[in-house]
Design a protein around this ligand. Structure first.
Ligand SMILES: *Cc1c(COP(=O)(O)O)cnc(C)c1O
Length: 362
């Protein structure tokens, strides 16, 4: 079976070596030495100054919203994973969906301003598949209207734009270290904040807002990463460059083998140092995509309709929140993420493409 992604496991001995450091101390959580070590390695590797580890990427979004005191309406993308919208709703804010750019599938900055109202307090956009949003245009709008900017950067681990970490943009960026992501801790995530003060606030909020022995500073939650998850992260992190290289190789192989077929790929902007997190392809229409998907499934190949549904059509949204987003809805109706991981073999890329060609009768 070829699945859309496979979790890359570190050598067991390396994970065990970290566990052996934990055992004598019985220090399993509460920002222990392994979490501190992981946070420091991640800051170096990602080139960011302020980073707080958290239990998962969804809590990272919720904490960013809380720590920035975002309320009312949040302008957001309909083309992302459901966690992006859920985090907004969970924090009692209203998502205002603004359609995406048909080339990049990231939020279209040209449509943001007309969606701003007196209740708007933030823009929460996703660097979808690790492709950057138009960060300069978004910041410019945010500055003119006094809005906060949060990036869901769950796909953007290690991505650079013009030589600088993509995570350095906005007031906050959030990462997910779920086992399906490029870099993982099993479960985990991080908040990258523009200022040390904001980072400190997020940190405090991850531990009940409880500081020192008897200081209860503000409302917090438990969003701490455990030492066991940090141990996984520390064993995986040294391999990330190899993962990216292998993914780059497989993506290049797909590029070469799919050349000339009737399908589209999102546009890559200039100055991008990409992480090869996903390999999305857009077919000509919904029926073609479904035909290809069926053919792949029949050969035990599991692509994923990533992203589907377009989030503005989620069934549990209040009627007033369901604005049409034709570009996103169209993309969601005909996109497939093809299998891609550091574990994918050349022969597997070849069988995915062989099967896809056959379904397209090309
Ligand atoms: C994976 C993902 C999340 C959620 O992260 P978890 O760590 O699973 O909570 C949020 N947003 C996007 C875009 C994701 O892909």
């Amino acid at each position: 079976m070829i699945t859309v992604t496979r979790t890359s496991m570190p050598p067991l001995a390396e994970y065990v070596a970290y566990l052996e450091r934990i055992w004598p101390t019985a220090y399993l959580t509460n920002n222990g030495p392994l979490c501190c070590e992981l946070a420091s390695q991640l800051k170096d590797c990602l080139g960011v100054g302020n980073l707080e580890l958290v239990a998962n990427g969804t809590l990272a979004l919720q904490l960013a919203i809380k720590a920035l005191e975002v309320r009312g309406e949040v302008i957001t993308t309909p083309y992302s994973y459901v966690a992006t919208t859920n985090a907004i709703l969970w924090e009692s804010c209203d998502p205002v969906f603004v359609d995406v750019d048909p080339q990049t599938l990231c939020i279209d900055p040209a449509l943001i301003e007309s969606a701003i109202t007196a209740r708007t307090s933030a823009i929460l956009a996703t660097h979808v598949y690790g492709y950057p949003c138009d960060v300069d245009a978004i910041q410019n709008i945010a500055d003119r209207h006094g809005l906060r900017v949060i990036y869901d950067a769950a796909h953007a681990f290690g991505v650079k734009l013009n030589g600088r970490s993509l995570l350095a943009h906005g007031d906050c960026s959030t990462l997910s270290f779920h086992s399906t992501k490029l870099f993982h801790c099993g479960e985990g995530g991080a908040v990258i904040a523009r200022t040390p003060a904001l980072s400190q606030r997020v940190f405090l909020m991850t531990m009940f807002g409880h500081c020192g022995e008897e200081r209860y500073v503000e409302i917090g939650i438990n969003a701490k990463m455990s030492e066991l998850h940090a141990a996984m992260g520390l064993s995986v992190l040294p391999r990330v460059d190899d993962f990216i290289a292998r993914r780059r190789h497989c993506s290049g192989r797909y590029d070469a083998l799919l050349e000339g077929l009737p399908l589209h790929r999102p546009k890559v902007v200039a100055g991008l140092d990409y992480n090869y997190a996903y390999y999305p392809v857009l077919f000509e229409d919904h029926a073609t995509m479904m035909r290809v998907r069926r053919a792949l499934l029949d050969h035990d190949i599991m692509p994923r309709r990533y992203f589907f549904p377009s989030l503005n059509t989620l069934p549990f949204l209040r009627e007033a929140l369901r604005r049409p987003c034709p570009v996103s809805e169209d993309a969601a109706s005909r996109v497939l993420a093809l299998p891609l991981s550091a574990e994918l073999e050349d022969a597997e890329v070849d069988s995915v493409v062989g099967c896809l060609r056959e379904a397209l009768a090309w």
